[in-house]
Write a protein that binds this ligand. Structure first.
Ligand SMILES: [Zn+2]
Length: 292
């Protein structure tokens, strides 16, 4: 996968494979005749999605000074999903994060910070790995794992509506392993990288804003999971607080167009990154990084 240089920072979308979710659930109130033009459904009404964690490398990586260099945002679904769920979600990890890191000469041990947009299984599943002996361990042996404190609270106290999304093995083992950093509120995670609360999809869902050299990139996570979600009312049925998503998107999309944010789409099956543009009153995405 191609990298983008944004000021001092090098941004590389990785791939932890593909999966499928119900098309109706992915587009909420939008009728199928409209959404299936953007995202065709299979015989089980599922649409194809990717999992694209984003790697951010700072200048210290190249000067070999460790400490603030290599940050990973989300980590895909990982290897712990049982056979029934693999079938339901059509999980296909034949190409996964281990391969995408190896493609750029990195291993799991190079990740210094693993940052969560939120802790749903398709984002945080890869934070832990089941070993051959059946133990569950942090996937990145040298990383601190950074999670919003209120998201940790919700993920470890699930209710009937979100229980299927929060798989406890994805994140609970990080606590006893001593690698967890819970952070409150919005702020910098490393120079040029900050988190911003959106709510909407989950009570403490956040996007990641990356600013360097006068340019801005945004990892929109599940606030805007694919290029088919750039229109404001195209909001997932999974969202717990859809009106929060709507309020955030209305401001965000306007700013993204005006200020030319480079958007990283975590779940788009083809377009990993692009600019939202407006032409003849219609929004579209100008692709910058496309899956080959
Ligand atoms: Zn997701």
């Amino acid at each position: 996968m191609k990298s983008i240089q944004l000021g001092d920072l090098e941004l590389t979308p990785l791939l932890d494979g593909y999966f499928r979710l119900d098309g109706g659930s992915m587009f909420g109130v939008v009728p199928k005749p409209l959404w299936e033009r953007r995202a065709p459904a299979d015989e089980r009404n599922r649409i194809s999605l990717a999992m694209r964690p984003l790697l951010v490398r700072g200048p210290s990586t190249r000067s070999a000074r460790a400490g603030q260099g290599t940050l990973l945002i989300d980590a895909g679904a990982g290897n712990k999903m049982d056979a029934k769920s693999v079938d339901i979600y059509a999980l296909d990890r034949r190409r996964n994060i281990v391969h995408s890191l190896a493609d750029i000469g990195l291993g799991l041990g190079h990740i210094e910070i693993a940052l969560a947009s939120h802790l749903h299984f398709d984002h945080a599943g890869g934070f832990t790995t089941r070993t051959e002996s059946g133990d569950i361990r942090p996937t990145f042996p040298n990383a601190r794992y950074v999670v919003r404190a209120a998201e940790w609270e919700d993920a470890t106290h699930p209710h009937e509506r979100n229980r299927a999304s929060y798989q406890q093995d994805d994140f609970v083992p990080l606590g006893p392993a001593g690698v967890l950093d819970l952070v409150d509120g919005d702020g910098d995670i490393m120079p040029g990288v900050r988190v911003q609360w959106t709510g909407g999809h989950a009570r403490s869902h956040q996007v990641i804003v990356i600013e360097s050299g006068g340019r801005t990139a945004v990892f929109t996570a599940d606030m805007m999971p694919t290029t088919a979600h750039i229109d404001e009312p195209w909001i997932m049925g999974y969202d717990l607080y859809p009106m929060e998503t709507l309020a955030f998107k209305k401001t965000f999309v306007r700013d993204a167009i005006e200020r030319e944010y480079l958007i990283f789409f975590e779940h788009d099956p083809k377009i990993a990154a692009g600019y939202i543009r407006m032409k003849d009153g219609r929004k579209y995405v100008e692709p910058v990084i496309v899956d080959s």
